[in-house]
Write a protein that binds this ligand. Structure first.
Ligand code: PRX
Length: 590
């Protein structure tokens, strides 16, 4: 027996979930009752506190399991890019992160210092993240794909005191180190063999660990104290440092329990990298705090490899993203049929709209629906979701998490009735909400209107309280789930000698949701050519990041601009899509 699909009125399909399909009852059995009875006070009790107001998120993620009956339970199955395998129990993770916390303290890292992690998905990435939080420092994560320019912006803006990296990535930081006066220490992870000779301010991880004690008392942190930060993109300016507090763990824990439905006998696989908030909230904090055994796969996406991982580790709960699901669909049913995937029992997705086809395909291939979840770097936790116990309406993001008030508001922040498109907004005050934009309180304030947190997404709510995504309300691009700010790409483009001006948009794409398209005005002495186009693409890719380069470049003579000289991306986009360009009254005469 499998979940079934039924039509529910015009264009809407619903996945029904009869109770007999659940081998064990869902952790959240009755959504409506949970919403009615919910209190954050009750939710706080799921977490261990040192006293009324003090906790440590990393202590909750691993240390509390390292002493009780879960101490020898596997917390992490790791499979490397070249097929290496390792496993770590909760006690081992706790001790290793204690050792590193001691070692970091020895080199002078203190509470509040920013320590960034620039690593492939190695076990040391997870150990470092935990160690930094235990020490009371603020952990920042960086995508492995970042180039020198992107690194300089992030490490510079945050005044990062230290970076944990590998010798193979360090080059990219070294090339901009002269511009990073606050960066005092670099920890080089050498556990998998290297003959790196450290200079002053550089430390070998294995040496630090060998000399460090595995006892460490985690820093006693106020609920509001900063725990981690991530740089993410908006429409204007460089990427901004979104900062989260230790108490985010309350909501990360409870949402992992109720939405991902983690139980003690589950094997859980989150495919997201911790460079992305998903890889932190549901790859480290919320999921380990539930005592879940997690699989971390270092390798890149490849359909057969992914199915192999599911089969080999007996993955039962899987959290992934729509672009990956579409790529699995493209690989065809045969690729899946070659593996025994019957271990899967619950599927969830995040990061971009989950198309109904992807849910239908999941039902066909795995006998299970993907459950869409909506949230953002800033929200720190899933805020809208499809829960195991409620029907999935195909194409909808689901319903607000108990204790969270979501609504649709107009430009003035007034609530609108069901069925009306508008800004998706959340009532501030949920525990996982970001606490500031690093060094930029004004930017933080910009998010709020009439006592609502404005998400930047457009959506509507139906009469049953399900939310439906319409699109971004701004120019932010979502390509294969990655959030890219057009300004950053435009800045990198104009750094190329041949480029005079550039305007960048997200162009709809079947596979990636959107791709980055650049409209480029060349410098007067330059001739357009396919070779130049390729050269510019590679230039941006190297400077910025592997995912943040324009897949398409169109050379144009002029760019539409406002009278004040701002590039009108909305006009570029409308032209690209063959849509009416709308009000052009502010357009500069060209
Ligand atoms: O536009 C929405 C889209 O991703 C944005 C947030 O991106 P980021 O901060 O990178 O965080 C993604 C991981 C939590 C949102 O403003 N988005 C996220 N989830 C969904 C989504 N769009 C549609 N459906 C979703 N489920």
């Amino acid at each position: 027996m499998t979940f079934t699909l039924r039509s529910a009125g015009e264009k809407i399909e619903v996945v029904d979930k009869p109770a007999e399909l659940f081998t064990t009852p869902p952790n959240l059995g009755n959504y409506e009752a949970a919403c009615r009875e919910f209190s954050w006070e009750q939710a706080r009790r799921e977490i261990d506190w040192f006293d009324e107001d003090h906790l440590n998120a990393a202590y909750n993620a691993v240390d509390r399991h390292a002493v009780g009956w879960r101490k020898n339970k596997v917390a992490l199955y790791w499979e490397g890019e070249r097929g290496e395998v390792e496993k770590y129990t909760f006690r081992e993770l706790s001790r290793l992160s204690n050792q590193l916390a001691n070692a970091l303290a020895d080199i002078g890292i203190k509470k509040g210092d920013r320590v960034f992690i620039f690593l492939p998905r190695l076990p040391e990435l997870y150990i470092a993240f935990l160690a930094i939080l235990k020490l009371g420092a603020v952990a920042g994560t960086l995508f492995a794909a970042f180039g020198p320019e992107a690194l300089k912006d992030r490490l510079g803006d945050s005044d990062a005191r230290a970076v944990v990296t590998i010798p193979g990535y360090y080059e990219r930081i070294e090339s901009v180190r002269g511009d990073l006066p606050a960066l005092k220490d670099v920890i080089l992870v050498d556990t998998r063999g290297t003959d790196f000779r450290p200079k002053a301010g550089e430390h070998l991880y294995s040496k630090m660990m060998a000399e460090a004690d595995h006892h460490f008392a985690p820093a006693v942190m106020a609920a509001e104290d900063y725990a981690f930060m991530l740089y993410t993109s908006g429409t204007t300016g460089k990427s901004k440092g979104v900062v989260h507090a230790h108490e985010a763990i309350i909501q990360e824990h409870l949402s992992a329990k109720w939405i991902l439905d983690l139980k003690d006998d589950d094997i859980y696989w989150c495919t997201a990298d911790p460079g992305w908030v998903t890889g932190i909230a549901y790859g480290i904090l919320g999921t380990w705090s539930n005592g879940a055994t997690s699989v971390i796969y270092e390798g890149r996406f490849n359909p057969r490899e992914w199915y192999r991982i599911v089969e080999k580790y007996d993955v039962s709960v899987w959290y992934t993203a729509p672009t990956a699901i579409r790529m699995l669909m493209k690989a065809g049913p045969k690729a899946a049929a070659d593996f025994d995937l019957s271990c899967l029992r619950h599927l969830a997705s995040v990061g971009e709209p989950l198309n109904p086809e992807a849910i239908r395909w999941g039902l066909d291939v795995f006998g299970l629906p993907f459950h869409d979840t909506w949230w953002q770097t800033e929200t720190g936790s899933i805020l809208i979701a499809n829960y195991p116990s409620i029907p999935v309406k195909l194409g909808s993001m689901g319903r607000p998490f108990p204790g969270v008030t979501a609504s649709i508001v107009d430009d003035d922040g007034n609530e609108m009735p069901p069925g009306t498109p508008g800004h998706l907004a959340i009532k501030p005050g949920w525990p996982a909400m970001f606490r500031t934009v690093w060094h930029n309180e004004a930017k933080y304030e910009e998010y709020f209107n009439n006592d609502w947190y404005i998400t930047g997404d457009r959506a509507y709510m139906d009469s049953e309280g399900y939310f439906w995504f319409i699109g971004r309300g701004d120019d932010v691009i979502k390509t294969a789930g990655e959030r890219v700010g057009p300004f950053e790409v435009e800045s990198a483009l104009v750094d190329h000698a041949a480029v005079a001006e550039a305007g960048v948009i997200g162009k709809p794409d079947m596979m990636r949701g959107e791709i980055i398209k650049a409209f480029v005005v060349l410098a007067t002495d330059q001739e357009s050519s396919p070779e130049l186009s390729e050269e510019i693409r590679v230039f941006v890719k190297k400077r910025l990041a592997g995912h943040a380069y324009p897949r398409e470049i169109e050379f144009v003579d002029v760019l539409p601009k406002t009278q004040s000289g701002k590039i009108m991306r909305r006009v570029l986009k409308a032209r690209e899509l063959g849509l009416p360009v709308g009000d052009l009254s502010t357009l500069e005469a060209t």
